[in-house]
Design a protein around this ligand. Structure first.
Ligand SMILES: [Cu+2]
Length: 167
């Protein structure tokens, strides 16, 4: 029962995400050295909790990452990019129901409200990972780098995220 549910979800992920071409590389702006002090100050305005990467289903090289990002910045910020050495590409995805069908769509950004929370969760907004390292195992810690745009400046935040099975 549980196994067939998981298989169904794998097929859904393949159907929804398989046809997309990877985004152009170099989309994330590199950080000039002279702004790094400012950026590290800004990075502390964003706290990431409950982060995990869902262990890929057997035979799949796709999975998703979830976390809760809390901002203490006084302006709206935007999550604009993500990357991890454990996957070839990472995309921001929304998860919606359309005409009774579940669909995932690539998003250019997620809003992080001023002094608010951006929540990535199963069946909601998520980070989709493609070309995932096939050796990932339950309990592994994976580096995840997020690029947050604050007042038009990229703020880079890197965290270690555990790999966990779904549920
Ligand atoms: Cu997705």
């Amino acid at each position: 029962m549980y196994r067939s549910l998981m298989t169904g979800m794998a097929l859904l992920a393949l159907a929804a995400c398989g046809g997309e071409s990877p985004p152009p590389t170099g989309a994330a702006t590199t950080t000039p050295a002279e702004t790094s002090a400012t950026n590290s100050d800004m990075a502390s305005a964003f706290a990431i909790e409950d982060a995990y990467i869902r262990m890929p289903l057997a035979g799949s090289d796709k999975t998703a990452a979830y976390f809760t990002l809390t901002s203490s910045a006084d302006t709206m910020a935007f999550l604009i990019d993500a990357s991890t050495p454990a996957a070839e590409t990472a995309e921001l995805h929304t998860h919606t129901h359309e005409n009774g069908m579940m669909a995932m769509r690539k998003a250019d950004l997620f809003e992080i409200p001023a002094n608010g929370v951006l929540e990535l969760r199963p069946m909601g907004n998520h980070l989709m990972l493609f070309g995932v390292d096939s050796t990932l195992a339950d309990g592994d810690l994976v580096s995840l780098t997020l690029v947050i745009s604050v007042d038009g400046e990229p703020v880079v935040k890197t965290i270690d995220v555990p790999v966990k099975p779904l549920g």
